[in-house]
Design a protein around this ligand. Structure first.
Ligand code: 5RP
Length: 224
C-alpha cells in the first residue's frame, strides 16, 4: 500500500473507533493535515449522528463546514469526548511531534479539552526517538530572535519558517538537529522560554490511542 492508502486506512479505522459513541449532542475535536482531512471526509455520511466539531485550524473548519458539519467555538462547548488528529512523529509512549502544518497551538488546546486523543498515522511516523522531524515552535513575532538564541543554547539549530503566519498571527521556528531524550522535560523547558506560545512537542498530553497503518493492516496501540 502507498502512504496515501495507509492514511486512508487509519482514517477508516478511526471512524469505526468513534462511531459507536456518537450521540446527538456529541462535539468532536478535529485536527489538521492530510490524514485528518481524510478523516473529515469520512464524517460526512455520519453528520446527522452528532452535533458538530471543534477544529484545530481554519483550514479544517472550512473543510468541515463544506461538508455540512457545524463548527463550534471551543469556548462554547465543554469537554470533548474525542480529539482525532495526525502526527509528524509518534513514539511508543504515544508522545508526538506535531505542527508540520503550523497548527500546533490550536491542536494542543483542543487536545487538552479531549477525554481521548486518537492519533492516526502511517508507519513512517512511528519512531524510537523523537526529533528527526524538525520540532516546530510557535513564537510571538517580536520574540523570534530572542527565542532562537535561547534554542541555540539548548544545542538546537533554529530555522525561521519564512512566509508562514499561524492562525493566531504568530510565527514558527523549526528546530533541526534536535534528538529529544526526555520529551516531558524538554516540553516544559521550551514552553518556559519567554515569547514561546507553545512547542509542537506533545509529551505532557500525548495520545491515548494510536491507530498505525502498516502493510499488515491498522495496529491499535495504547499506553496502558
Ligand atoms: C499539523 C499537524 C499534522 O497532524 C501533522 O503535520 C501530520 O500531517 P499529515 O497527516 O499531513 O502527515 O500537526 O500541524
Amino acid at each position: 500500500m502507498t502512504q496515501d492508502e495507509l492514511k486512508a486506512a487509519v482514517a477508516d479505522k478511526a471512524i469505526r473507533e468513534i462511531e459507536p459513541w456518537l450521540e446527538k449532542d456529541t462535539v468532536l475535536g478535529i485536527g489538521t493535515g492530510s490524514t485528518a482531512n481524510l478523516f473529515i471526509d469520512r464524517l460526512k455520511p455520519l453528520r446527522d449522528q452528532f452535533r458538530g466539531a471543534v477544529a484545530s485550524s481554519e483550514a479544517s473548519a472550512q473543510r468541515l463546514k463544506s461538508l455540512g458539519i457545524d463548527v463550534f467555538d471551543l469556548n462554547s462547548v465543554g469537554t470533548l469526548p474525542f480529539y482525532i488528529d495526525g502526527a509528524d512523529e509518534v513514539n511508543a509512549n504515544l508522545q508526538m511531534i506535531k505542527g508540520g502544518g503550523a497548527a500546533l497551538t490550536r491542536e494542543k488546546i483542543v487536545a487538552a479539552c479531549a477525554e481521548r486523543f486518537i492519533c492516526i498515522a502511517d508507519q513512517s511516523k512511528y519512531v524510537s526517538q523523537l526529533g528527526n522531524f524538525p520540532l516546530p515552535i510557535e513564537v510571538i513575532p517580536m520574540a523570534r530572535s530572542y527565542v532562537a538564541r535561547q534554542l541555540v543554547g539548548l544545542g538546537v539549530e533554529p530555522v525561521y519558517r519564512q512566509g508562514v503566519v499561524t492562525d493566531n498571527g504568530n510565527q514558527i521556528i523549526d528546530c533541526y538537529e534536535f534528538m529529544i531524550d526526555d520529551p516531558l522535560a524538554m516540553e516544559a523547558r521550551i514552553n518556559a522560554i519567554v515569547g514561546v506560545v507553545t512547542s509542537g512537542l506533545f509529551a505532557e498530553r500525548g495520545a491515548d490511542v494510536l491507530l498505525l497503518g502498516n502493510q499488515e493492516g491498522v495496529e491499535r496501540i495504547t499506553t496502558s
